[in-house]
Ligand binder design. Structure first.
Ligand code: GUN
Length: 293
């Protein structure tokens, strides 16, 4: 097979953002401007790029955006105080603390301190529980929500399909598995990870592969069943002396060799990445609606 479909994340994200723009205008007409606070602690270069993009997208769509950048030395108590202030701020409906924070920060405690009604990342235990319970009042983590939307946009039949999720993170792998197996999606789900025995063999069973391990180009052509659909969640910086900034971005999938075997595949960049921000905007609207109902 070589007539594979490239799933265009930028185009699908643009159509989600059009929805958000229209819904934002409706909310504003009711006197509610959805507000998102994004908190960045430290100097991680990739995080700076993501936080900047989130802030810009908010403004572009007519949401209220507050970007809070804190120095690397910020203490746990100082960060908790910022979160508590945002919890109490009526102009703010969504709160996101960019991950990963500096090493001295206890991220778990920070996540638990966020008002679950404003937890647009869907990381708070109450939202994790709601996802497992299939309660739509909870927030679904943005990257897996965006990946599901990409599957739908490409017309991929998930019902009854064998899906293999590679990676078990709280941000992507676990919520992705829950979404795929949920009622209405109805996939048969295997979650593989770094300790799985014979990862290539597990992966070869899949009609749908979700690669979310953070290892550049790990998934090779002989891991993928002909005609499978591949969603590449990885965004890895690899050194490349010929590239503009000295690095290039690559996914968890060896795209050039895998793509010709697939029915459909997401590129990196331009696949899952743009969807994450689009779904964050959606979650912020959901928060604004639920908090002002
Ligand atoms: N870092 C990488 N992805 C994410 C995300 O979805 N949310 C937050 N807060 N940090 C991230």
């Amino acid at each position: 097979m070589s007539d594979f479909k490239i799933i265009d994340g930028k185009a699908v994200a643009a159509s989600v953002l059009d929805e958000v723009r229209a819904e934002t205008a409706e909310l504003k007409a009711r006197g509610v401007t959805p507000g998102l606070a994004v908190v960045l602690v430290g100097e991680d270069p990739a995080s700076k790029v993501y936080v900047g993009a989130k802030d810009r997208t908010c403004r572009d769509l007519g949401l209220y955006s507050r970007k809070i950048t804190l120095p690397t030395e910020t203490t746990q108590e100082e960060l908790l105080a910022v979160v508590r202030e945002l919890n109490a701020d009526p102009l703010i409906h969504g709160i996101l603390v960019q991950s990963p924070p500096p090493k001295h920060i206890n991220e778990e405690e920070i996540i638990r301190a966020i008002d679950p009604r404003k937890d647009v990342d869907g990381f708070h235990p109450q939202n994790v529980a709601k996802l497992a319970l299939e309660d739509p009042s909870g927030f679904v983590p943005c990257t897996p929500a965006g990946s599901m939307r990409l599957l739908a946009s490409a017309g991929v039949q998930t019902s009854g399909a064998e899906a293999v999720v590679i990676g078990r993170s709280m941000i992507v792998g676990k919520p992705m598995a829950l979404l795929l197996m949920a009622k209405g999606s109805d996939a048969t789900v295997t979650v593989a990870h770094s300790r799985s025995k014979d990862l290539p063999a597990i992966c070869r069973r899949a009609d749908i592969v979700i690669a979310a391990v953070g290892r550049p180009e790990m998934v090779k052509a002989d891991w993928v069943k002909p005609g499978a659909v591949v969603i590449d969640v990885g965004i890895n910086r690899v050194e490349d002396a010929t590239a503009k900034n000295g690095y290039r971005l690559t996914g968890d999938v060896a795209y050039d060799e895998v793509a010709p075997k697939c029915a459909a595949i997401t590129p990196v960049p331009g696949g899952v990445g743009p969807m994450t921000i689009a779904m964050l905007m959606k979650n912020t609207l959901q928060a604004a609606r639920q908090l002002t109902a």
